[in-house]
Design a protein around this ligand. Structure first.
Ligand SMILES: [Zn+2]
Length: 131
């Protein structure tokens, strides 16, 4: 599948993840994740399958910038492993993906890619690079 966007923040997060963890992989989906009975507000999930594969999903109802942050959150689970939960290993992976995302964003675009994790509105191409 070709991506028509030159500044797709999901693709940038994926590139950051793969730069840091080239041996880690997962299948990624958008899905309806939000359960109206779930007061904790889960917006994504990561599932480890018995065959060793991993599937992650991001709630399709989120704003773009929130969905990109949840994507990074779930990829940090993939990087940290199934036992890490939201502990130090997960935090380190999330911070590393964030830092790599910003590095890639600064290489590709005029402005810092994110203040929080990802702010897609700031992803503007450098002048003259995209027709
Ligand atoms: Zn989580």
């Amino acid at each position: 599948m070709n991506n028509p966007f030159k500044n797709d923040p999901f693709a940038l997060v994926w590139s950051a993840f793969k730069n840091l963890y080239p041996d880690k992989n997962c299948e990624c989906w958008f899905d309806v994740v939000d359960d109206p009975n779930d007061v904790d507000g889960h917006y994504g999930w990561t599932e480890w399958h018995d065959d060793g594969t991993i599937t992650i999903a991001v709630d399709i109802g989120l704003t773009l910038s929130d969905a990109v942050e949840i994507f990074a959150h779930e990829l940090a689970h993939v990087a940290a492993g199934s036992d890490a939960d939201h502990g130090e290993e997960w935090e380190n992976a999330f911070d590393a993906i964030h830092a790599e995302y910003n590095k890639l964003g600064e290489e590709l675009f005029d402005v810092r890619a994110t203040a929080k994790c990802i702010d897609a509105k700031k992803l503007k191409p450098k002048s003259g690079e995209v027709t």
